[in-house]
Design a protein around this ligand. Structure first.
Ligand SMILES: [Zn+2]
Length: 365
């Protein structure tokens, strides 16, 4: 994310949810919930944590068997299957790889970013995702050239059961800041390897469970976010060119792993068309026992380009701090934004909220 301005949260409204959904999720979370309580904030950067780098496979055979046919059942049961299938260790492994020094800070146009795109693409291939042919893409890659740099979005889909049902994008940018003047990598674990790890794990569980949605789910890892949202601008353009502007909406994850945080934030960019997405995210947070606050506009992430440039409904979600911006994402844009400074509990809970929000949007007419 690239913060330009911040506004204090607007009032929180409690959204009523279907009782079955609420009870179901409460049962799921009571037993194994690791939602954060009183996380300790570090105010000065400590030593950079160490971790073992595991070389990622560039190409791999499918690691997930052909998805089982979803058993007929009510929608709540299918959501419960999805939530139960989430594996945070598997998710965090993606983060540890993408936020390792091997990727050299994943700056757009560098070999580090290219390697990160290769890793994400390999994961999509392993899951058997399909290219988004409706916007003219024949592979997972959407290359673009803008502002003098070459970038590449990585995009894969799970087709919905209704061919005319529209598209819900679950997005996260994978690019970051590269190296500092001393050659040290800005690893961007919170910003935004955590978001990419979340979309990879969510894609995985949809394939693993075989749960289907009416709308097509589009998993998108954006490049160029740190340079005025170049990647999302490029994708928005081909969505509009394909005549799908009214058929697409997006939930964009950016900043779900930083330590601390008081609540789950939704940045709606001030676009009225995004209001139904905001409502679904509040509903998900309420069902999962986490406060969701509707923030102001202009977080400077990829929902902004969709909303502002193309009027495609989109929101960005993150963990947030409310009235004390001095502790906001402590390691933001520093070399200390490393896997060792990720709050596992908040990241896991954010992934659950993103999953339920996505499911709500993708199953709605
Ligand atoms: Zn950033």
């Amino acid at each position: 994310m690239t913060i330009k301005s911040r506004m204090m949260p607007s009032s929180l409204r409690i959204i009523s949810v279907a009782p079955a959904l609420l009870i179901l999720v409460a049962m799921l979370t009571l037993s194994g919930c690791d939602s954060k309580k009183g996380a300790i904030m570090e105010t000065t950067p400590g030593p950079r944590p160490g971790y073992d780098f595991v070389p990622p496979p560039r190409q791999q055979e499918p690691t997930v068997p052909a998805p089982a046919t979803a058993q007929p059942g009510d929608a709540e049961q299918e959501m419960a299957r999805l939530l139960a299938a989430l594996d945070f260790n598997r998710e965090f492994a993606h983060l540890s790889i993408l936020a390792s020094d091997e990727y050299q800070g994943r700056k757009t146009g560098t070999t580090g970013a290219e390697a990160a795109a290769g890793y994400i693409s390999s994961q999509f291939a392993g899951l058997g995702l399909e290219p988004w042919t409706a916007v003219g893409l024949q592979t997972y890659s959407q290359p673009f050239v803008a502002s003098g740099v070459s970038g590449e979005n990585v995009i894969g889909t799970i087709p919905g059961t209704d061919p005319a049902g529209g598209y819900v994008i679950l997005a996260a940018h994978y690019d970051h800041l590269g190296l500092n003047s001393s050659g040290e990598a800005f690893n961007g674990a919170d910003d935004n390897a955590a978001g990419v790890a979340a979309i990879l794990e969510i894609a995985n569980i949809f394939r693993q469970t075989g749960v289907k949605t009416e709308k097509t789910i589009v998993f998108c890892a954006f490049d160029g976010e740190e340079i005025d949202q170049l990647g999302s601008t490029a994708l928005g353009q081909i969505i509009i060119n394909s005549g799908l502007g009214s058929k697409v909406e997006m939930i964009n994850i950016d900043g779900i792993g930083a330590m601390g945080g008081n609540y789950f934030g939704v940045w709606d960019e001030g676009f009225s068309g995004a209001a139904p997405i905001v409502e679904s995210i509040k509903q998900a947070g309420n069902a999962l026992g986490t406060e969701v606050v509707e923030e102001g506009t202009d977080i400077g992430s990829d929902a902004q380009s969709f909303d502002w440039k193309y009027s495609i409904p989109a929101v960005t979600v993150d963990w947030d701090w409310g009235s004390d911006p001095s502790v906001w994402h402590t390691y933001y844009h520093t070399i200390y934004d490393d896997p060792g400074n990720i709050d596992h509990a908040v990241m896991a809970q954010a992934t659950r909220i993103a999953l339920v929000s996505l499911w709500l949007r993708a199953t709605k007419p």
